[in-house]
Design a protein around this ligand. Sequence first.
Ligand code: NAD
Length: 488
Amino acid sequence: MKKKLNFQTKAIIAGRPVDAISGKTFETFNPANGKVLAKIARCEKADADAAVKAARNAFENGPWPKMSPAERKVTLQRFATLIEAHTDELAELESTEAGKPISDCIEIDLPETVSTIRWHAEAADKIYDQLSPSGPGVVSMIVREPIGVVAAILPWNFPLMMASWKLGPILAEGNTTILKPAEQTSMSTIRLAQLGTEAGIPDGVINVVPGFGEEVGKALGEHMGIDCVGFTGSTEIGRMFLRYSADSNLKRVLLECGGKNPLVVMPDATDLDVVADHAANSIFWNMGENCSSNSRVLIHSSLKDEFIELLIERARDWVISDPLDSACRLGPLIEEEHMKKVLSHIEKAKKEGAKLVYGGNRVLTDSGGYFIEPTIFDEVNPKMSIAKEEIFGPVLAILTFETPEEGIAMANDTDYGLTASVFSASNKTAHNAARQIRAGTVSVNCYGEGDISTPFGGFGLSGFGGRDKSLAAHDQYCELKTIWMDMS
Ligand code: NAD
């Protein structure tokens, strides 16, 4: 497999694969068996400096920011087509590194990565600047300019998709970038950057510095030569980037963080089969390692027993196996430490008095992989930690309410605010709830995140400063400039 997958383990700086300056490497593991997959360049501050130098040079002196948007569009479209042509390779790489089911990688992650780059490429030459209504004596232009060198700090749960959410608007607007993949999933990002070079994106426009957060991630956060950081990851680390910025050059910081998202089932929700389908998909998809998963079901008490039966039926259908098996729907969690953390959340929930009605165990232990079965807790109350903390595993908490108002209040009883789902037969009830729930995306009668044309990001501890996806993502990677020309 190693040969077939063509593991790429070096940093990419100025278009070339390079070792870390120190010569150090770190091991990356296959979460399906715990074995070492490869040794990756362990970048540190010196490598961050080299990447910033390359990105700055490409920004100041290279063709990318000066190209017409239409030219950038064509290059980015070529990039998307090349990613598409490498779907099988990238899907297999991502499945192996991240433990994601191969069918999800092929049917969801790769197509979305391709369509994201394509959508932002298309937008490149369709966004206009403005003239202000300042009267006939002046020409007052409000122009958008690329912000400069942008570092994108990435998580491990959707490595290629999250890279594309950042790369699409960053590159379409003429910026240059440094990608810092999560240490668990470096190789798909490195391969992505290589395809960018093959597509004709100039050297230095996409650099990749794999390594540890507290080493190269921190160096990027504190760097005086970086103009903006687009971060996706936990709230705890997101906060650090605000501090890094405050203590260095006040670089713009955009944070996409975690969530404890509610799925609210109103008393008039008619088709509980549909609700159970969406609820299962939302919490078990990607092993629950999904910022937008609905990890709290808030359901009217009259519907709960029937709903739990339907949900358990579905949980039984989630095939747990090697992620490269096409039947797999639930692969391993990303690493041993994370599996232990999820198992400790399960134990704590039991101790706090929640009722385990399905799952709760590590499984396929002989494989050496980090598999946990779908897990459902009933009789959860809002004070329990399982109702409050982001677990980031296939673990669902079910809580009940008596009135729609109480359901909405419970939905808002969180410091996060990324996504929510509402199920109701009444448009009025659903719409009222959608307007009152404090979250960046509220889906009605489905679990969903919208599509590439809709902004994605969170209220409260779920985010800061901007949005991924949609045209909103373009604005955040631009500076606004006023050009005031006295014509009198
Ligand atoms: P994480 O916060 O641990 O790591 C994210 C990135 O930050 C990684 O690249 C990591 O190396 C880096 N990092 C870690 N410590 C650092 C430090 N001290 N200084 C600088 N950089 C550092 O998150 P994760 O475990 O990779 O991902 C899971 C989290 O991501 C969850 O909370 C999830 O909800 C969130 N997430 C959010 C979205 C969204 O769009 N809102 C999408 C996916 C994941």
